[in-house]
Design a protein. Sequence first.
Length: 231
Amino acid sequence: MEIPTQFSGFNAEAFQFFSELEENNCKPWFEEHKAVYETEVLQPLKALAAVLTPFFASVDAQMDLRPNRLISRIYRDIRFSPDKTPYKKHLWIAFQRPFPKQTAEWTSFPGFYMEIGKEGSNYGMGMFEAQKKIMDRFRERVEYDPDYFREITEDLNGRYGFSIEGENYKRPLKNNLDDYFQPWIQRKGIWLVKHIPVNNILLYSEELVPYMENEFACLKPLYDFFVDVCD
């Protein structure tokens, strides 16, 4: 499929596709609706990834921006999963540095993502499957310069409305930081997430592009902090 050069928004059929897929997650149904998937889901996602690529090239010159690396596959790897449904319930664009061979994706560097599913879109940035040694270094860096970390993060969870996510440790880690920092450092991995509901007109407009660039730009200082931790 040719990569589109313009993005004009998603159509309602994209979100309806995922809604129906959840109830009909099987090969016969998917094959019958494959044209809808390719036209209403895959093609707009490729267009969105393409128009966001120059922005992310300015965020980090080392990002892997090859078109075939940006879009997730809808086919699930069910070989070792108890869930044998063959198709994912959402699809996403991911902007990240290339990961080393023999290393799983997301374990070495932070990244940005945006996904769509039946309920709309989620997007954000973080270290989604960070190795323990990386999270240990992250906590050390926060404790070393807490004022700087507060400066680059204090608006993200408040003014900009991002949620801090990631699995918490069952037993809180001891540290000398005040309450502000605990939601950040008591996690095995950490990321920031925001949601656009399916009824938000932004999803159906070309204005989604500048909106996403502004949102991701807010996350860049924290992204740079994560990169320094991982390098």
